[in-house]
Design a protein around this ligand. Structure first.
Ligand code: UDP
Ligand code: MG
Length: 351
């Protein structure tokens, strides 16, 4: 079946910006202003329709983030928001936002709340979409704003992912555009262990890359603690690759081979009467074997744990509130507009 190119680029398409927010009250007022200005410029230039919106996803913030989002939604229908029942993490927040936006948008761009990612790159994202791309990846030009530790661990992580055979794009951090078609495909994936940077490239589709400069955080501090980074990294590896388990099998095989050689050696030694008690050797060997066994068990355990979570198929997030207002363009006056503020206690991922 020939792919119908919608009205891509012929008339302005509807763009939704999905912005995950976790304790972002310091930066949010500025973010809202910058994003609204940018969206206005895009609509005036005919690059985005007047039905376009900015969707904030409150990921269980403990500060006044949701209050601010609520206020913004009341002030201007360009804003909409949804709030989780607790902190589910960045990946779940962007997935929820994309799934909620899917019903209204032709294209969705996920972008961080701290304005580190250059919002001016949006024009190029939209151009790629208009040329027929279903996925556009934002890739940072450099890591100058990262500290030594973050830079090193990130490079290590991407290196490891490539060694393990995962198709992740280096220096791409969830600043990306997905078309309605790509979002519909993403909705079919039901996995609980979510690593979107690895998952999305596996969907195929025509895609392109947009390079952008990373800036300093406008306000507040990083919400990615070391623990969150470690969880993301293990989720990334264990959800995309089973090669660590294969590696264990190879390691086990090598150790068995080595032990076999050692047994033969010991027996020969014993036959020649050289049975001096090898205390050091046996200590080293048993420590090595013990360490290797526990480490291997740990890796296998990681996977078993993940299987456990997947089979339970719990919702990936729980949406507590959702605020969305019918765009003014369609309804002309506000009296006819539909203002929905609902409470929802299930996953809004449409399937
Ligand atoms: N974030 C989130 N949930 C979390 C942690 C972070 O939604 O549990 C959001 C955060 O509000 C921001 C984005 O994810 O919009 C990226 O986080 P941050 O800028 O703190 O990370 P960094 O740029 O330091 O890696
Ligand atoms: Mg940031």
């Amino acid at each position: 079946m020939a792919v119908k190119m919608e009205n891509r680029g012929k008339k302005p398409n509807t763009l939704y910006l999905v912005v995950p927010c976790y304790n972002e009250e310091e930066v949010l007022p500025r973010t809202a202003q910058v994003m609204r200005d940018k969206l206005n410029r895009l609509t005036e230039a005919g690059k985005a329709s007047r039905r376009s919106k900015i969707m904030f996803v409150n990921d269980g913030s403990r500060d006044g983030t949701w209050r601010l989002i609520h206020g913004l939604c009341g002030q201007d229908p360009v804003f909409c928001g949804l709030s989780f029942s607790r902190n589910y993490g960045h990946q779940s927040a962007i997935l929820a936002g994309m799934m909620a936006a899917r019903a209204h948008a032709d294209m969705v761009v996920t972008i961080d709340a701290d304005l580190q990612q250059d919002i001016e790159a949006l024009d190029r994202f939209i151009e790629c979409y208009q040329e027929g791309c279903e996925i556009v990846y934002g890739v940072r030009n450099n890591r100058n704003t990262d500290g030594f530790f973050k830079k090193t661990t990130a490079n290590l992580f991407y290196g490891l992912m490539h060694v393990l055979g995962c198709n992740v794009m280096s220096n791409h951090a969830d600043y990306r555009l997905l078309s309605k078609r790509a979002l519909d495909a993403l909705a079919e994936y039901r996995e609980v262990n979510l690593f979107l940077r690895g998952l999305i490239p596996t969907m195929g589709f025509r895609s392109d890359v947009v390079y952008f400069d990373v800036k300093e955080r406008e306000a507040g501090s990083s919400k990615y603690t070391f623990g969150k980074m470690l969880t993301l990294a293990t989720d990334g590896i264990t959800s995309m690759s089973t090669r660590p388990i294969q590696l264990i099998t190879f390691m086990g095989f090598a150790v068995v081979l080595f032990s076999f050689i050692m047994i033969v050696y010991c027996l020969v030694d014993w036959a020649f009467g050289n049975n001096i008690p090898g205390y050091t050797t046996s200590l080293i060997v048993s420590l090595l074997m013990g360490g290797l066994t526990i480490f291997s068990l740990g890796i296998v355990g990681e996977y078993v744990g993940k299987i456990y979570l997947e089979t339970k198929s719990r919702p990936r997030y729980i949406v507590e509130s959702f605020i969305w207002k019918e765009p003014e363009e369609k309804t002309e006056n506000l009296e006819n507009s539909e203002y929905s503020e609902e409470s929802n206690n299930s996953e809004t991922n449409g399937g």
